[in-house]
Ligand binder design. Structure first.
Ligand SMILES: *Cc1c(COP(=O)(O)O)cnc(C)c1O
Length: 362
């Protein structure tokens, strides 16, 4: 039987998550469904302990270390349960007497809820007073805290830390929606976690990066699967890992590396964000609500000044084959997610639509 590959209409995918992956990654992933690493077997039907899959997992781990320039005293593991399970695993593994959290939105709020169920949890700063439109700054971090937890990029509200808090307290960060999008100094963090489906790969795998020496202090009995040490000791192979999601993440990391790594994509992400925010700031038909200095380069949130033009704008968006622009159901308005794999051309198409909208209705 002959397979025809249809060249589909180019869709500009601004989805917030799961989100855009590089085309070449999707092609290689499709290939691995029938013939993985030359085995003539599908990656979906072979043992996770086969030498090809173990080599793939090792490569994925090595790529994380290389792309993030991780020092040797960090362990990298691939887990299941999404970033939402990390909300629980972090306090389970690290909270002994007290945890500190900064609340910058819906995901932080969920993380705080899980910590509160585990022990004393102090919210030391929050932007809830202004509907999470800024990143709190200038707060003091109590010295008697086991760790401070932050959310580096607030996927729903469209804010992002430009500088991370500095202290001697172990810093834990949810980087689900901006990992691999910009360079940072990993030494600042004791624990980094990220669900893959925003900027790293498909849904189903969660990355955790743990500094050696931070575990084992709580004296709590941690269930085996929720204990980071279990997965560190078995190099992510304690039980069957999500091999396919790991493979597609590995391919995405290879794509990033081959194009010039995080430095390359950081410059490209900045270029994309500048294009879009530039248009939002100069086009009188749109408003942004986030404090400009805290704007996210990953997720740009915006509203129409005049809601009665919603149908007209949505029509132009649709005609341009732009997908995934709807704001989160809790916020409304629009959200343009510009993750690593989104080409600048797609942002240009959106900007052109906004300009046309401005000419017609401005
Ligand atoms: C999407 C997201 C989550 C939730 O991830 P799941 O993998 O669905 O549990 C957590 N934190 C941030 C910042 C996110 O963007």
């Amino acid at each position: 039987m002959e397979t025809t590959i249809m060249t589909a209409t180019k869709v500009h995918n601004f989805s917030a998550g799961p989100s855009i992956l590089p085309q070449e990654v999707l092609q290689k992933a499709a290939e691995a469904c029938t013939n993985f690493a030359g085995t003539n077997l599908s990656l979906l039907e072979v043992s996770h302990r086969s030498k090809e899959v173990v080599a793939m997992a090792d490569n994925a781990t090595a790529l994380v270390k290389e792309l993030l320039d991780l020092p040797n005293d960090y362990d990298v593991v691939f887990l299941q349960g999404g970033a939402s399970t990390q909300f629980l695993m972090v306090p389970f593994n690290l909270l002994k007497s007290k945890a500190a959290y900064v609340n910058t939105g819906a995901w932080s709020t969920k993380a705080i809820k899980e910590a509160k169920g585990m022990g004393t949890t102090e919210v030391i700063a929050s932007s809830e007073d202004d509907n999470f439109t800024y990143i709190p700054k200038g707060y003091t971090i109590p010295a008697d805290t086991d760790y401070l937890h932050i959310t580096s990029n607030n996927t729903i509200y469209g804010t992002q830390y430009q500088n991370f808090p500095e202290s001697n307290i172990p810093l834990v960060v949810d980087m689900s929606s901006d990992i691999f999008s910009r360079q940072f100094n990993p030494n600042q963090f004791s624990l980094i976690y990220a669900g893959a489906q925003k900027n790293m790969g498909p849904a189903g795998v969660t990355l955790a990066i743990i500094k050696k020496g931070v575990l084992g202090k709580t004296e709590r009995k941690i269930p085996t699967m929720l204990n980071y040490q279990t997965h560190i000791d078995k190099e992510s192979m304690f039980n069957t890992p999500p091999v396919f999601a790991m493979y597609v993440s590995m391919l995405t990391m290879e794509w990033l590396k081959n194009n010039g790594g995080v430095a390359w994509v950081e410059a490209r992400n900045k270029q994309k964000a500048d294009m879009l925010y530039g248009e939002l700031d100069s086009n009188p038909l749109f408003v942004t609500t986030v404090k400009p200095e805290d704007r996210s380069r990953m997720n740009a949130t915006f509203l129409l000044k005049d809601n009665s033009l919603e149908e007209e704008f949505n029509k132009l968006v649709k005609e341009a084959n732009i997908s995934g622009l709807k704001g989160h159901r809790s916020v409304g308005g629009y959200r343009a997610s510009m993750y690593n794999a989104l080409p600048p051309e797609s942002v240009q198409v959106l900007v052109d639509v906004m300009k046309e909208f401005g000419r017609k209705f401005g």
